[in-house]
Design a protein around this ligand. Structure first.
Ligand code: FAD
Ligand code: FES
Length: 277
């Protein structure tokens, strides 16, 4: 059992919890995730390690309450325990000193891009952050992102906060500036996490510039340990498993259309069971 020691509602449908999980915190690296089983009848759901504290032996998970298991997890309170957490899983993001790195996060993806941005900053890079949400109330972790980015650009779809538009609009603008200016701010890497449609748009935008673009994929996972094949994706024409080969992949090589279709595989079952909370 893994005890929840802190719970915070970050917005109307996103919850952050800090959980005692010393062994996971000890090994955690940016870009990795855990598989959570909420209670004894629960399924495994993958959630990114949004933060961790090796000294306190805790990990932070930030999740959107979209369906059966995330809603059940959201009902737990401080002092309650999660049945099981397996991790850290997946390959850590490959972080090294490169120069300028642009980190893009959309929606709950901001929670996932935060530890990656921090790791790139700690490795000595200049980190430019772009974060966005549909509307002001849904924006999360702006203050935390500010602490790890040299510059942070905030956008909302409806213009209620920051600049109006999508994260790709801010990136497009940045690319325009990059294109015309000196080599020293040219990004070596763009890293993006968010809805599939957002990651696809980011990859299409950077493709003509030939800037390496890494995305963190979110396929449906069942076992999260490479045995069931449910997280299958196609990258560069080859079949890979999101859980053990990823979750980071080359955004210019991934088949986003297939990923979108596969995410709908269980939508009927999810709809029928999601209402049972
Ligand atoms: C490596 C990885 C890391 C992730 N990290 C986070 C995270 O840090 N925070 C977070 O909020 N979510 C994260 N997700 C997505 C999260 O796992 C799903 O939202 C969750 O499994 C949904 O379970 P559920 O039972 O609540 O919803 P379900 O009832 O299973 O589904 C409800 C709705 O969510 C959609 N959905 C289901 N699985 C996924 C998925 N993998 N990605 C996107 N949509 C999905 C369904 O299509 C449906 O529309 C991550 C996914 C992966 C693969
Ligand atoms: S979730 Fe089963 S192989 Fe990846």
């Amino acid at each position: 059992m893994f005890k929840i020691i802190h719970k915070e509602e970050l917005n109307k449908d996103t919850t952050g919890i800090i959980i005692e999980a010393g062994q996971i915190a000890d090994k955690a690296r940016a870009g990795q995730f855990v598989a959570v089983i909420v209670d004894e009848n629960g399924e495994r759901i993958p959630l990114t390690l949004a933060d961790w504290d090796k000294d306190k032996g805790t990990i932070t998970l930030i999740f959107q309450r979209v369906g059966f298991s995330t809603k059940k997890l959201g009902l737990l309170n401080e002092g309650d325990s999660v049945q099981h957490i397996l991790g850290p899983l997946g390959h850590p993001t490959q972080v090294k000193k490169m120069g300028t790195v642009v980190c893009v996060g959309g929606g709950v993806g901001v929670a996932e891009v935060y530890p990656v941005s921090r790791a790139f900053k700690e490795a000595g890079n200049r980190v430019l952050g772009i974060i966005g949400s549909r509307t002001k109330e849904l924006l999360i972790l702006e203050d935390k992102m500010k602490t790890v980015c040299d510059e942070l650009f905030v956008v909302t779809d409806d213009g209620s906060y920051g600049r109006k538009g999508f994260v790709t609009d801010a990136l497009k603008e940045l690319m325009g500036v990059i294109d015309k200016s000196s080599h020293n701010i040219y990004p070596e890497l763009i890293y993006a996490i968010g809805p599939v449609v957002m990651m696809k748009a980011v990859a299409e935008l950077t493709r003509p510039y030939g800037i390496k673009t890494i995305v963190s994929v979110n396929p449906i996972m069942v076992d999260a340990t490479g045995m069931c094949g449910s997280c299958r994706c196609t990258v560069g024409g080859k079949t890979v498993f999101g859980c053990v080969d990823g979750p980071d992949f080359d955004g210019h090589q991934i088949d986003f259309n297939e990923l979108t279709l596969r995410l709908r595989n269980f939508s009927e079952q999810e709809k029928s069971i999601g209402g049972q909370i």
